[in-house]
Design a binder for this molecule. Structure first.
Ligand code: PLP
Length: 437
């Protein structure tokens, strides 16, 4: 077979392509479908839970309107779908009007569109560190500087956000927006507490920024009380939607295969997003919108979300229990109250990327941490997904992973011991040489 020259058209590619990199999870996908691999890597909801019967029912319902399902639709989305979205948002405590809602082809398209609308090359954005790799990927095409703000167990640290913004201002860097995943964050599993939500909004006001609130996981809460979204807080404090651009999706409460999400924002922003979307794909699929509308109007979708939540809770518990049972004491991890992910941190001398082939050869996979940063941080970290794998497999996967980590820690301490012995021998030899002289 002839060798494929991937650089063949380098002289023609746009500059924006240079900053873009493929998400590690996307690259891993082929390997992960190998039989026998326990994949804690993907961000997959468990669509097996939906079932053939419910799917057939939806298909039957929309068949009567096949002409519309097969047709182009309005760029902002079908009216009935926007009603359903308003309903879902009200279940999350946000009272949205239909005209503030705009459908997208997944929240992923929402991320691309906000970047398209707000970012010029060299502008900056502020986001959590680590953050969702797919967002970094979408933003990268517009070539921004990415300023990561550290998190602790209560989410993004406001003092650090303020410091970062002050520093950027001093350097003449134009920060355009703050990007945050406030609930059960991807990848860290951390939730921003209520006080910090209000403070982040206050910071955005002080620096006159927009906040992109990306909330795919808010409804997948296993324990504790739901917290108000930044969008709801803004409405309460200001009486309307202003600087918070809220991204929602059906991917985690229904299914990612339909590729449907939405933006809820101020009308001026939505108008720009509308123009951006026309250039991208004209409109999201009518077929997908009608499937969703039919399901959310006629079926008990809240019961389905409850079912997902209870299955994921059991899997989260299996992951946390087995981490506690098997991991060396030097490894730490987060304790998510919902969502799909745990973030584990190994000793700083270990590198999750170089360790991955060994883990895969032992039949377990994860996503290395560095893909969740724009720079080179996060090397000793990894994202572990618990939503897609049954509890027994999670347990076995964590056991295997712990063995791989232990092997690498041992290798390192053997090497260190070897090099200490080496230097002692060297020292003895040179002192012997010295005494000879
Ligand atoms: C934080 C976050 N935002 C956006 C997305 C993209 O979701 P969608 O399937 O709606 O495009 C994901 C997917 O995993 C995500 O984790």
């Amino acid at each position: 077979m002839p060798l494929v020259d991937l650089d063949r058209f380098d002289f023609l590619y746009a500059n924006r392509v240079k900053g873009m990199r493929s998400a590690a999870t996307r690259d891993l996908m082929a390997t992960l479908s190998r039989p026998g691999i326990i994949s804690l890597a993907g961000g997959f909801p468990d669509t097996r839970l939906f079932g053939e019967e419910a799917f057939r029912e939806i298909s039957k319902n929309i068949a009567a309107d096949s002409a519309q399902a097969l047709q182009y639709g309005p760029t902002a989305g079908l009216e009935a779908t926007k009603d359903v979205i308003a309903d879902v948002m009200s279940a999350e405590g946000i009272h949205a009007s239909q005209e503030d809602i705009f459908t997208t082809t997944g929240a992923q398209q929402g991320l691309d569109l906000v970047a398209k609308v707000f970012l010029d090359e060299g502008d900056a954005i502020l986001c959590e560190g680590p953050t969702y790799a797919g967002a970094l990927n979408a933003f990268a095409a517009y070539r921004p500087r990415v300023l990561h703000v550290p998190m602790d167990r209560a989410g993004i640290i406001p003092v650090a956000a303020r410091e970062g913004l002050k520093k950027a201002r001093k350097q003449g860097i134009h920060v355009k927006f703050i990007y945050t995943v406030p609930n059960f964050q991807n990848p860290a599993g951390v939730t921003m507490n209520g006080e910090r939500r209000r403070e982040l909004l206050q910071i955005a006001r002080e620096f006159d920024l927009v906040i992109i609130e990306d909330n795919p996981y808010g409804m997948l809460r296993f324990e504790g009380e739901p917290l108000p979204s930044l969008s709801a807080i803004e409405k309460e404090e200001e009486g309307g939607v202003d600087r918070v651009v809220y991204l929602g999706t059906f991917s985690k409460i229904f299914a990612p295969g339909v590729r449907l999400g939405w933006v809820h924002a101020q009308p001026g922003i939505l108008h720009k997003i509308n123009v951006g979307k026309q250039g991208a794909d004209l409109c999201s699929s009518n077929l997908a919108q009608m499937m969703i509308t039919s399901y959310f109007q006629h079926a008990d979708w809240r019961a389905y979300v409850k079912r997902l939540t209870s299955v994921y809770r059991e899997r989260r518990n299996a992951m946390l229990d087995s981490l506690a049972e098997f991991m060396p004491k030097e490894v730490h991890w987060t304790h998510p109250e919902g969502g799909l992910f745990v973030w584990a941190t190994m000793p700083s001398y270990l590198d999750a990327t170089t360790m991955l082939p060994r883990a895969i050869s032992r039949n377990v996979a994860y996503v290395p941490g560095e893909g969740f940063y724009a720079g080179s941080e996060g090397k000793n970290c990894m994202r572990l997904n618990f939503s897609f794998v049954e509890p027994e497999k999670i347990r076995r996967g964590i056991e295997l992973l712990a063995e791989v980590i232990r092997d690498h820690m041992k290798l390192r301490s053997d090497l260190e011991r070897g090099s200490q012995q080496g230097s002692r021998q060297e020292a003895r030899r040179s002192s012997a040489v010295g005494s000879e002289g």
